[in-house]
Every structure is written in C-alpha cells, then in structure tokens.
Design a protein around this ligand. Structure first.
Ligand SMILES: C[S@@+](CC[C@H](N)C(=O)[O-])C[C@H]1O[C@@H](n2cnc3c(N)ncnc32)[C@H](O)[C@@H]1O
Length: 322
C-alpha cells in the first residue's frame, strides 16, 4: 500500500506549486474552505490536497488553518534562494494534471478525463485489470474481516459493488450457512466466475450484474455490505446507495461498511492521505472519517453506528435501520 500510494507524492506537490498554493498560504494561512473560496478552487479537492501536503510535512495545522512548515518555506516559495519548483515540475505528467484539475474544477480525471467505471465497461481490458487489482488489494482485508465478523444466524448477505466477490467469498468460506449475492457491473463477470469456480463457492456466492444505482437489489437481506465503495462517491451518490441498502435489509438486518476511515492520527499518514487523493482523482470520492460516515448513515435512515478496527487502517461500521 505504501509503495502503491507513493505515486501521488510528486503530483500533489507539483500541482500545488503550479497553482501557487504555497505563496498563498505563506501570506495568509487558511483552512481548506477559506483557501478554496479566496482562490476560487473546488472545496473538496482543495481539502483532500491540503491534508496530503500536511501528511507529507509541507503544511502544519494551527488553530484550524494550514501554515507552511520550515521545509516548505525553504524549498517551495518561488522567491526563496533554494526554491525547488522548477525541479518538481520537470516531472510534470498526467497525474499532475489530474491533481490540478481536481483542485481547480472538482472533476475526477479517471482515465485521461474519462470516467473510471464507464471506461471499464467500454474497455473490458481496463475493467478486468481493475477487477484483478481490487482482488489483490482486498484479499488481506477480506480475510481479516471474515475472521472477526460474527455472522451467526445470517443466511443472506448482499455485497454491493462487490467486484469479483473477494469479501463475499471470504465470508462464505468462514460461514458455511451463508449465501451471498455480489452486485457489480457486467465487466467483472468473467474473472468473478473463474474465482468462484476455483474456490468451489459458485453454489453459495452468486454474482448479479447490473447498475447498483438503477437496477433492483434483492430484498430481505440479513446484511448489506459496502467494502471500499462509499469512498468512490460523493455524498449525494452515497445517500442514494444507503437508502437502497436500507430498503434491501430485513427488519433485524444490519448494514456493514468496511473501508479506511482515518482518525486525526491516520490523516497524518502519507499513505492514507495519498489514498484519499488517489480516490478523488480517479473516482470523485474520498476517504471520510468515522464521524463523517456516521453523519451520512444517519441522514440515510440508519442508527446505532458502531466501529470496530479490522486490518491496518481498515475498520468496520455496523448500523441498523432506524
Ligand atoms: C473500489 S471497487 C471495490 C470492489 C470490492 N468491494 C472490493 O473491496 O474488492 C468498487 C466497485 O464498484 C463497482 N461499481 C462501480 N459503479 C458501479 C455501478 N454503477 N453498479 C455496480 N457496481 C459498480 C466497480 O465495478 C468496482 O468493482
């Protein structure tokens, strides 16, 4: 994860340099909203970028405002004798453009300006490569969740945006009474079926292809799971998904949200803050704190949210329909 997420370090600093954010903050320390308003930038994009720059050690927060650290004052102010901007922007590439676009317009870059999920559907090569990547990424967290989650008495679980079924398979393997449905786009079908056959779980884990925003979901579920899904979407889309989840749950059912949900300490990790920036650039989502997720869940008809740490920075929220 550290190695993968290191890819946004240079783009973040180079884009901030090109946008003149370091001299702005040197002159007038500000919070993300204040900087976005004064520079006419996107508030969410600015906030994700500033958090990452703080995790990298170029900004520090005092009294809710971002200030330059000594390293930024020395190397990132164009008037300084040791200014490194020309060197940083020598490495300007598509990722740098993507970060700049996110901060100026709030638009995710996806693949060369095309939406990530539409690209996967149009180009199965990209879609299948992504599905395999997610399986590699999720194998560890899924095994950890399966070893910790008590699913006694549950027979029906729906995993929404479940990819090739990595989580559903791990949970089914651990809980022989469980039947799971994995809802995802058609592009995952070939790889999901291959993995399900290989794991001998095709009878208990079924893939249902469709659009999670538009197509019907199976009802009367004991559990509805979102694993690394809400972090791909803005608040409005998340509320839509959560309302559908509520409708799909049985009266005693529970919602499960499994993803990285950073607390203040985790936000200082370049890997975690870089992950949030990568999500914003690729999908238009971002990481949210436990509190932000609880606010979303409560606004969508859930109550009694509890959080349990699971694996590295991953945690699980369990909630019941209100
Ligand atoms: C970040 S991946 C998470 C995959 C899986 N839950 C995991 O953790 O390994 C997000 C998933 O959402 C799926 N997805 C995106 N838009 C979708 C839509 N409109 N309907 C169904 N699935 C969608 C993607 O295909 C992808 O598999």
């Amino acid at each position: 994860m550290d190695t993968f997420m290191s890819q946004y370090r240079l783009p973040a600093v180079a884009a901030a340099d090109r946008l003149g954010l370091f001299p702005s903050l040197a002159g007038a320390p500000a919070d993300a909203g204040g900087l976005a308003a004064s520079r006419r930038l996107d508030r969410v994009g600015t906030s994700v970028l500033l958090e990452f720059l703080a995790a990298l050690g170029y900004l520090a927060v005092h009294g809710g405002r971002y200030h330059l650290t000594p390293a930024a004052r020395t190397f990132l102010l164009p008037d300084g004798s040791r200014y490194w901007g020309p060197m940083l922007t020598l490495g300007w590439d598509e990722r740098c453009t993507a970060v700049r676009e996110l901060v100026t317009t709030g638009t995710p870059h996806g693949y060369r300006g095309r939406g990530i999920w539409e690209t996967h559907e149009r180009s199965p090569r990209h879609g299948e490569q992504f599905a395999r990547a997610m399986h590699a990424h999720s194998a560890g967290p899924a095994t950890a969740l399966a070893s910790q989650l008590d699913l006694t008495g549950c027979t029906a679980l729906l995993e929404v945006g479940g990819g090739v079924g990595t989580f559903a398979m791990a949970l089914a393997r651990r809980n022989p009474h469980l039947k799971a449905t994995v809802l995802d786009l058609p592009v995952v079908e070939r790889e999901a079926n291959r993995l399900l056959e290989r794991a001998d779980l095709a009878e208990r884990v079924r893939l249902r292809t469709g659009d999670m925003f538009a197509d019907p979901w199976p009802g009367d579920q004991d559990r509805v799971l979102f694993a690394d899904v809400l972090s791909d979407w803005d608040d409005e889309h998340c509320r839509g998904l959560l309302e559908r989840a509520r409708a799909a749950l049985s009266v005693d059912g529970r919602l499960l949200v499994h993803q990285v949900m950073p607390d203040d300490a985790a936000r200082l990790s370049p890997t975690v803050s870089g992950y949030s920036l990568a999500l914003a650039v690729m999908t238009g989502g971002r990481l949210r704190t436990f509190r932000e997720l609880v606010a979303l869940l409560e606004a969508s008809g859930f109550a009694d949210c509890t959080v349990t740490p699971v694996y590295g920075h991953y945690a699980l929220i369990t909630a019941r329909p209100a």
